[in-house]
Design a protein around this ligand. Structure first.
Ligand code: CTP
Ligand code: MG
Ligand code: K
Length: 175
């Protein structure tokens, strides 16, 4: 999940400039996505998440231990792993963008809080993209156990990073 977890904050750090919707409004008169979804954020976020995933794959080449315990990382299919890493990083930001579209339709302004949805949009996006790229990743009960853990800890983790982002000035709101 590291590529998905990193693409979001890096989009916030490097984002800005031309909005993806080009400033256009939808039939309802509201912005299609809003100024919070920019090309720079999208591409820099995907790039950083992908890069982090490449480091993970490189580490799994060498074998990766924390406190002497072998950490299961990627299997020997490195090409397949690169695709999954890309799916996680890009799916996270497309999930986030998809959510913004629905937030605008519901009349929520850019940055308005939608609890749980704001924290899990990128997780769902990352999983949908990964499922499309490599459905075999979802078959094991080990994976399903991890998925449940992620759904529980992510809202807390996300809130913590956003509070940090707010205080260092890269986020406008602490959520
Ligand atoms: N960001 C960006 N491009 C993206 C995603 C995020 O530039 N594709 C940047 C924006 O500066 C955005 C910040 O990261 O304000 C935080 O992202 P997020 O919380 O997802 O956006 P919000 O501003 O809250 O907008 P929305 O209400 O649409 O979620
Ligand atoms: Mg937000
Ligand atoms: K978000």
């Amino acid at each position: 999940m590291i590529p998905a977890y990193l693409s979001n904050p890096f989009a916030a750090v490097f984002g800005g400039g031309k909005p993806i919707d080009g400033g256009r409004t939808y039939k309802d008169g509201r912005r299609i996505l809003g100024d919070g979804k920019t090309y720079r954020g999208l591409f820099s976020g995907i790039f950083c998440g992908f890069l982090a995933g490449c480091v993970q794959i490189w580490l799994s080449f060498r074998g990766f231990k924390i406190m002497g315990i072998e950490v299961p990382t990627f299997g020997p299919d490195y090409a397949g792993s690169l695709i999954v890493v890309f799916a996680l990083a890009s799916g996270a930001l497309f999930g986030d963008m998809f959510k913004s579209f629905f937030k605008r339709r519901m009349g929520f302004k850019r940055g308005a809080s939608l609890p749980l949805v704001d924290q899990l949009d990128f997780v769902v996006g990352a999983w949908v993209f990964t499922y499309l790229a490599a459905p075999e990743w979802f078959v094991s009960s080990f994976t399903r156990g991890i998925m449940l853990t992620i759904l529980i800890i992510t809202p807390l983790l996300h809130l913590t990073t956003n509070i940090v982002g707010y205080f260092i000035g890269v986020k406008k709101e602490p959520w």
